[in-house]
Design a protein around this ligand. Structure first.
Ligand code: UDP
Ligand code: MG
Length: 314
């Protein structure tokens, strides 16, 4: 029987925790009684440096029922780090982890299907939002625009998937082999490989409290997402250099023709020199940038492969 750990990052979630814990426990007990997961399964709340009563609520829950566990970070480290911390600890005890937000915006009834997919052999199951009607128009358009931008940068990402996902023990262990500090889980998890599945669910409204993701945190996440996976922005410099050189060539031709017909024109000479030198400088910057970019990617020391199976007769 498989031990399941729910991993729930919590930042100032005192308004939602009483209800969330109740619903999650009911869900977990239901799954245990149906024999889907083992009795020693847990709901692990990760307190991400909350400034309200979140941690004392978690302590209280833990003392009431052994199915509640708590992990307290030393200070606020952000959603992605809180999830990772929870997974790190959960993977020591669990065969299956499921990460989800404390506000239960992600329909918890989908977890039955998650576990089903796990039993069908999937190591990673992505929760995918079928509709985002409950998000504000602003959140919806910015988020979907963000997925498009990531795609344009060649970053592999599961469309409309946030951090609601199931990961097997070995998938979490593979994830922990990524040592990079700037974490963008949605970009890293697809790099792990193994058999994956998607489960659609409907996204609800936050039932209490307000979003802990203000615009600033969203932008940071977006910038992390792009810069940790792509050095394409550097290519833009190189491309700009090439275009600028192209323009300088036009001025060069113009200057030559002009010189043959009417003699050297100082103004055209200056114009040509300006574009030519700027082009050279931009191109050089791009070349240097390519090396810097390579170094940046190398410093991440990402694992090069993971083994799914090894068939070998001794
Ligand atoms: N969260 C966190 N640390 C932070 C910000 C958010 O652990 O610094 C948690 C938060 O408690 C919630 C999840 O991340 O469980 C998603 O946050 P939220 O629901 O506010 O984001 P939204 O749904 O508005 O995108
Ligand atoms: Mg939310």
């Amino acid at each position: 029987m498989n031990t399941l750990y729910f991993v729930v990052p919590c930042y100032n979630e005192q308004e939602v925790l009483p209800e969330t814990s109740k619903r999650l426990l009911a869900k977990l007990m239901d799954m245990i009684s149906k024999g889907m997961v083992a009795e020693d399964s847990r709901i692990l709340f990760v307190n991400d440096g909350s400034k309200d009563a979140t941690w004392s609520i978690i302590e209280e829950l833990h003392s009431q029922d052994e199915h509640y566990s708590g992990l307290k970070l030393s200070r606020n480290k952000g959603h992605q780090n809180a999830v990772l911390a929870g997974l790190t600890y959960a993977a020591k005890y669990a065969d299956i982890t499921i990460s989800l937000d404390a506000d239960l915006q992600d329909d918890i009834d989908a977890v039955d299907k998650f576990v089903e997919e796990y039993h069908n052999g999937a190591d990673i199951v992505y929760g995918v939002r079928s509709a985002r009607t409950t998000d504000t128009a602003f959140k919806r358009t910015t988020a979907q625009g963000f997925y498009k931008v990531l795609e344009a940068f060649g970053i592999e990402i599961v469309y409309n998937h946030a951090d609601y996902r199931l990961m097997s023990k070995r998938a979490v262990e593979a994830l922990l082999d990524f040592k990079e500090v700037n974490l963008f889980l949605r970009g890293i998890v697809p790099l792990i490989g193994f058999k994956t599945a998607k489960v659609e669910y409907e996204r609800h409204e936050r039932f209490a409290g307000e979003s802990k993701y203000p615009l600033k945190k969203m932008l940071n996440l977006a910038i992390d997402g792009i810069t940790s996976f792509s050095i394409k922005p550097i290519r833009f410099i190189t491309a700009a250099g090439v275009v600028t050189l192209g323009i300088s060539a036009i001025f060069f031709l113009w200057m030559i023709i002009n010189a043959i017909m009417w003699g050297l024109n100082a103004f055209l000479l200056v114009l040509f020199s300006m574009w030519f030198l700027s082009g050279i400088i931009l191109l050089s910057l791009g070349v240097v940038g390519e090396y810097v970019g390579r170094m940046y990617m190398e410093t991440k020391g990402r694992p090069r492969f993971f083994i799914d199976q090894f068939l070998n007769k001794d």
